[in-house]
Design a protein. Structure first.
Length: 118
């Protein structure tokens, strides 16, 4: 087998095996020899607040949001994962409570289990 062959349709075009192909970018990698590196792991920050500190910060943030006044929202925490429980009268309040909770430093993820009653 040869490395390059003329195509019958157009004599100016040549077939080249991908491992012998020129790079498509001037400073790119050659064909299949391009290294594929894994993404580096993501570690939580060393100064991660405790669940008690997070609970206090989340409760304060939800209480400070005027559009959530009168809503009974329960906050359950486990190692930075927040679960919101309770009932709210409108859908935007359900979404807003999740957004407010996500802004608190130290929250890894929010599971929104709020139920809309209205």
């Amino acid at each position: 087998m040869t490395d390059a062959q003329d195509t019958p349709d157009d004599p100016k075009l040549r077939r080249v095996r991908s491992d012998l192909a020129e790079p498509s970018r001037p400073e790119g990698y050659y064909g299949v020899r391009q290294p594929i590196l894994p993404d580096p792991p993501v570690y939580p920050p060393r100064d991660q607040p405790t669940d008690a500190d997070l609970h206090e910060a989340i409760s304060a943030a939800l209480a400070a949001e005027g559009r959530l006044a009168g809503c009974r929202i329960g906050v359950v925490l486990r190692q930075g994962v927040v679960t919101l429980t309770g009932q709210v009268p409108r859908e935007f309040q359900r979404t807003l409570s999740c957004a407010v909770t996500e802004t608190v430093a130290g929250v890894l993820t929010v599971e929104n289990q709020l139920v809309v009653t209205g």
